[in-house]
Write a protein that binds this ligand. Structure first.
Ligand code: NAD
Ligand code: TYD
Length: 350
């Protein structure tokens, strides 16, 4: 039987993953360890909170004794580690928090796993969920493959790259069984509205400015979060030990084109004349060190594990907009309180 510790399961991707595993594998035990920072929200998990195979623990991945106790009590044989500080802009304002959570927190989990499993690594797995941002930035052409040299350029990506290196170092030095995946930008329900898509969906709805960094000609590859959860499932069950899998949507967009598509879909849904919300576009001071282009070659996971995205971008975006429009209470809850001061601080200076 699998008894899995998922860290960061109350966040955006984590909550989709926890639901996916809890629903699809009723005989697995899922323990969700989450500190409930501003980005963690138990409302994301309300559909499964009563499930008999799911258990929530509020706590910090940096707390060695807690992690060790949880691993012993629940006889954890696998860890899927997602807990992190995840927003590039916040990493620029406060890098040390990213070092503490993303680097030190990850090494703490590795140490707890090593100590609890006591060098008996049969049927054990430490799976680290990482980002394509570790590879740096691309010019007009080319794709990130699993062999692309690391070149992180923001405090966020530097902290994730460092954690990736530690995970691999524990594999090579102590034989800890590990797997990693590096994914492109996710979008979907339950994403905190500091990231581009939920922020802009919310602002369009409320007729607020859309703060586009620089000239808007930055490129990202977008993947529906449900497809990321499916990919993690495939790597978890079928991926080779010690290996890394790049995950992406085969779906590159320049920010400004993506924003135009979003406006087109939203104006239609909100019953506004076509392109009305284009007036909200406001070009603001660029993000320092803004990476120009990310693009993932996801052919390894496609050919080796048979994974591919299940929806087109237009379908995924359509479902995502509908979810935010239908879940106004969720958005109101997360944007009350400290969100307002974050928003003012982040955008006033631009
Ligand atoms: P998120 O910010 O929405 O959620 C992070 C979760 O981690 C929150 O629930 C938070 O409470 C929890 N957390 C933070 N610090 C903690 C600590 N010290 N102890 C326990 N829990 C803690 O992030 P996300 O977008 O869901 O990303 C999840 C993971 O996937 C991250 O590791 C991120 O680097 C990676 N990733 C994200 C994307 C993306 O587009 N969002 C893409 C690729 C990889
Ligand atoms: P974001 O969602 O923060 O993800 P990441 O930086 O990890 O790729 O940003 C996606 C893109 O959108 C990125 O090029 C920065 C840009 N962006 C804006 O133009 N304005 C904004 O207010 C935000 C949050 C992002």
């Amino acid at each position: 039987m699998n008894s899995i510790l998922i860290t960061g399961g109350a966040g955006f991707i984590g909550s989709h993953l926890v639901q996916h595993f809890s629903n699809k594998y009723p005989d697995y035990k899922i323990i969700n360890l989450d500190k409930l920072t501003y980005a963690g929200n138990l409302e994301n998990l309300k559909d499964i909170q009563q499930s008999p195979n799911y258990h929530f623990v509020k706590g910090d991945i940096g707390d060695f004794d807690l992690v060790k106790e949880l691993m012993e009590v629940h006889q954890i044989n696998s860890i899927i580690h997602l807990a992190a500080e995840s927003h590039v802009d916040r990493s620029i304002s406060n890098p040390m928090e990213f070092v503490t959570t993303n680097v030190v927190g990850t090494v703490n989990l590795l140490n707890a796993a090593k100590a609890c499993w006591n060098d008996n690594f049969e049927d054990k797995l430490f799976y680290f969920v990482s980002t394509d941002e570790v590879y740096g930035t691309l010019g007009e052409t080319g794709l990130f493959t699993e062999e692309t040299p690391y070149d992180p350029r923001s405090p966020y990506s530097a902290s994730k790259a460092s954690a990736d290196h530690f995970v691999r170092a524990y594999h090579h030095t102590y034989n800890l069984p590990v797997k990693l995946s590096n994914c492109s930008n996710n979008y979907g329900a339950y994403q905190f509205p500091e990231k581009l898509l939920p922020l802009f969906i919310n602002n369009i709805k409320h007729n607020k400015n859309l703060p586009v960094y620089g000239d808007g000609k930055y490129t990202r590859d977008w993947l529906w979060v449900v497809d990321h959860a499916r990919a993690i499932d495939d790597v978890f069950h079928k991926g080779k030990m010690g290996e890394t899998y790049n995950i992406g949507g085969f779906n590159e967009w320049q920010n400004i084109d993506l924003i135009h598509l979003l406006i087109e879909q939203m104006d239609e849904k909100l019953g506004r004349p076509k392109d009305t919300s284009k007036e909200l576009i406001t070009f603001v001071t660029d993000r320092p060190g803004h990476d120009k282009r990310y693009a993932i070659d996801a052919n390894k996971i496609k050919t080796e594990l048979g994974w591919e995205p299940s929806v087109t971008f237009e379908e995924g975006l359509n479902k995502t907009i509908d979810w935010y429009l239908e879940n106004e209470a969720w958005m109101n809850n997360v944007t009350s309180g400290s969100y307002q001061s974050y928003y003012e601080q982040q955008y006033a200076k631009r």
